[in-house]
Design a binder for this molecule. Structure first.
Ligand SMILES: Cc1cc2nc3c(=O)[nH]c(=O)nc-3n(C[C@H](O)[C@H](O)[C@H](O)COP(=O)(O)OP(=O)(O)OC[C@H]3O[C@@H](n4cnc5c(N)ncnc54)[C@H](O)[C@@H]3O)c2cc1C
Length: 293
C-alpha cells in the first residue's frame, strides 16, 4: 500500500482521538511511534485509509511515581524509559529488555504503549512487565479500566483492548524488598532482530533467602507471552540454589510448545528456553539477594 493513499489525522486530546477513530471506524488506526504500523501498512499486512496520530497528546508522555507504582505514559519511548532515573535505580530488569530491543534509532521512536498494544509475540517489554505485575490503563469516552498485563494478550496481535479504547498508561508496582527480576533473550543478530526466544523471571525472597514467590514468562515461543503456571508451586519455600534453578528451567521447557519458523525450529527454541530460563533466574536471584531489585 502506498502511504500517500492514507489520510493522517493529528489528535491533541484523547477525546479528539476517540472522535476521529469513531468517525473512521472500523478502518481507522491509531499511530504512536509508527515503527510497527508503518511497516505493516507498507507491506500490506494492515489496510487503512485513515490513521489517527496520538503523538501530540502531551498527557500520554512521561514517567511519574504515585501510590507505590511507576506510571509510564503510553507515548514514552523505549529510549526515554532506558534513560529514566527511576528505571535505572529501581527497575534494572526493564533495562535488560530495552537494551536488547531493536537499535537506537528504533528505540527513539518506538513507544512502550505501541510495544504492548501491537501484541506481537516477540515484543520485548511484555514478558518482563508481566513478571513485575504490571497493568495497563485503557481509556475510552465512557471511562478508564485497569487490566493486569498477564490477561491483556489473547493471541498474536490480539488483545482485550476494545476498538474504542486507547492504552494510556502502564503501571508497574515498586518491587518489594527481596524482589529481583531479569530478562534474557536470544536473537539471530545483535540489533534489529526479533527474539527467537525470550524469558523473563522474577524471584521474591524471604529474609532467610527462601523463595516467597516466583514467576517465569516466556516470550516469542507462543501466540502470546505466557506465564509458566507451575513455577511458583515448584519454587516456593525452596532456596534459589542451582538445583532449584535447574528444575525450574526443566519445568519451563516442559510447559512450552514452541513453533518452528524461519527464525528457528521448535527443538532449537526449547533448547534456548532452558538456557535463557537458567540465566534469567540466576540474574533475578542476584538482584533479589543483593538487596536491590
Ligand atoms: C527494524 C525494527 C526492529 C524492531 N525490533 C524490535 C525488537 O527488537 N523488539 C521489539 O519488541 N520490537 C521491535 N520492533 C517493533 C517495534 O519497534 C515495537 O513494537 C514498538 O514498541 C512499537 O511501538 P510504536 O510506538 O512504534 O507503535 P506503532 O507502530 O505506532 O503502533 C503499533 C500498533 O499499536 C497500536 N497502538 C500504538 N499505541 C497505542 C496506544 N497507546 N493505544 C492503543 N493502540 C496503540 C497501533 O494502532 C498499532 O496497531 C522493531 C521494529 C522495527 C521496524
Amino acid at each position: 500500500m502506498l502511504l500517500s493513499d492514507i489520510e493522517l489525522h493529528q489528535a491533541t486530546t484523547l477525546e479528539q482521538a476517540s472522535e476521529l477513530m469513531a468517525r473512521y471506524a472500523p478502518g481507522g488506526r491509531l499511530l504512536a511511534g509508527g515503527t510497527d504500523l508503518l511497516v505493516d501498512l507498507k507491506t500490506g499486512r494492515v489496510h487503512s485509509n485513515h490513521v489517527v496520530s496520538i503523538q501530540r497528546i502531551a498527557a500520554l508522555r512521561g514517567i511519574s511515581v504515585a501510590n507505590g507504582e511507576m506510571r509510564i505514559g503510553a507515548l514514552t519511548t523505549a529510549s526515554q524509559l532506558a534513560f529514566s532515573a527511576v528505571v535505572q535505580e529501581q527497575f534494572p530488569a526493564i533495562l535488560d529488555a530495552t537494551r536488547d530491543m531493536a537499535a537506537p534509532q528504533i528505540r527513539n521512536m518506538a513507544t512502550v504503549g505501541g510495544n504492548i498494544a501491537s501484541a506481537v509475540p516477540s515484543g520485548d517489554l511484555p514478558p518482563i512487565l508481566i513478571v513485575m505485575n504490571a497493568s495497563v490503563i485503557l481509556w475510552s469516552p465512557s471511562g478508564a479500566r485497569e487490566v493486569p498485563l498477564d490477561s491483556f494478550f489473547v493471541g498474536p496481535r490480539e488483545t482485550v483492548r476494545r476498538e474504542e479504547e486507547i492504552l494510556t498508561e502502564i503501571r508497574v508496582p515498586f518491587p518489594p524488598r527481596g524482589f529481583g527480576a531479569a530478562y534474557q533473550r536470544f536473537a539471530l543478530r545483535e540489533a534489529n532482530a526479533c527474539a527467537v526466544a525470550a524469558v523473563a523471571a522474577s524471584l521474591w525472597c524471604n529474609e532467610d533467602r527462601s523463595i516467597r514467590d516466583a514467576r517465569i514468562c516466556v516470550g516469542a515461543a507462543a501466540p502470546t507471552p505466557k506465564l509458566v503456571p507451575a513455577i511458583n508451586t515448584l519454587l516456593a519455600g525452596k532456596l534459589p540454589d542451582e538445583k532449584a534453578i535447574q528444575r525450574a528451567a526443566g519445568a519451563t521447557v516442559e510447559a512450552c510448545r514452541p513453533i518452528s519458523d524461519i527464525r528457528g525450529s521448535a527443538e532449537y527454541r526449547r533448547e534456548l528456553i532452558g538456557v535463557l530460563t537458567r540465566r534469567a533466574l540466576q540474574s533475578a536471584r542476584q538482584r533479589a539477594l543483593g538487596g536491590k531489585q
